[in-house]
Design a protein around this ligand. Structure first.
Ligand code: HEC
Length: 221
């Protein structure tokens, strides 16, 4: 009998399993053996982070995208042109707004006043007459008797509206001009507009003073 190796190397090779061969190869190639299908769950915290970012981005676009409207965002607009485009406010619009905010409380939205208490502005000779008088009434107020359209009023006082010490309103000359322009062109009145320059001129001339009386006003023409 030859000294035959009882274990035939070919048999040994054949007996090696596929797995053991693969493992051997991987070892030779310096690879780490695979430890099976290793899916890892995304950390839950990241899910919240991304959800948060998407929510933020959505809200941001909703607020600032202008709905991608070309009329809202104009990349060709130049900031230095903005001043030139400033719209001049229509005195009738400004006047109506402020009339309804303040004057209408007493003189009513209709300008008809309240019988026996607040005299009418509709058809009033003070409103439609000399601008010298009506401007003075609104800047500084009016106290005591006042005859309007044949009826005497004395129950209450007309408050100080202009920038005068003790004024509760401190309206600018421009605002007063606008409200008078509105009053003189509404409720059937048809008197000319009053400019801010005219109000400023009278304001500067009279300075800081108390309410007018009818007698004082009648001396001014
Ligand atoms: C708190 C109530 C009140 C408010 C607000 C008020 N007025 Fe008067 N107004 C009066 C009273 C009262 C008189 C009469 C005063 C008197 O009897 O001496 C008067 C008189 C006048 C007169 C002269 C009389 C006439 O009827 O033409 C004018 C003009 C006038 N107000 C305009 C205005 C304007 C414009 C505003 C708003 C900026 C205004 N008033 C806000 C109470 C008010």
């Amino acid at each position: 009998m030859s000294d035959q190796n009882p274990i035939d190397p070919r048999q040994e090779q054949a007996g090696a399993s596929d797995e053991s061969l693969l493992a051997a190869h991987e070892k030779l190639l310096g690879k780490k053996p695979e430890d099976g299908a290793h899916y890892k769950l995304l950390p839950l915290a990241l899910l919240f982070v991304f959800s948060g970012l998407i929510f933020y981005a959505g809200t941001y676009l909703n607020h600032y995208s202008g709905h991608y409207d070309a009329s809202i965002f104009n990349e060709n607009a130049h900031p230095s042109n903005a001043a030139a485009e400033t719209v001049k406010i229509d005195p009738m619009v400004l006047g109506k707004k402020n009339f309804e905010l303040v004057c209408a409380t007493c003189h009513q939205v209709t300008g008809l006043g309240v019988p026996g208490v607040y005299p009418p502005l509709a058809g009033s000779e003070w409103v439609n007459g000399s601008e010298e008088r009506v401007i003075r009434i609104v800047i500084y107020g009016l106290k005591g008797d006042v005859k309007v359209e044949g009826t005497n009023y004395n129950a209450a006082a007309m408050p100080v509206i202009g920038k005068v010490t003790g004024s509760g309103y401190n309206w600018s000359d421009e605002k007063i001009a606008a409200v008078l322009t509105y009053v003189r062109a509404s409720f059937g009145n048809k008197a000319p507009a009053i400019t801010a320059e005219k109000v400023a001129e009278i304001h500067a001339k009279e300075g800081d003073r108390k309410e007018w009386s009818q007698e004082e006003l009648l001396k001014i023409h």
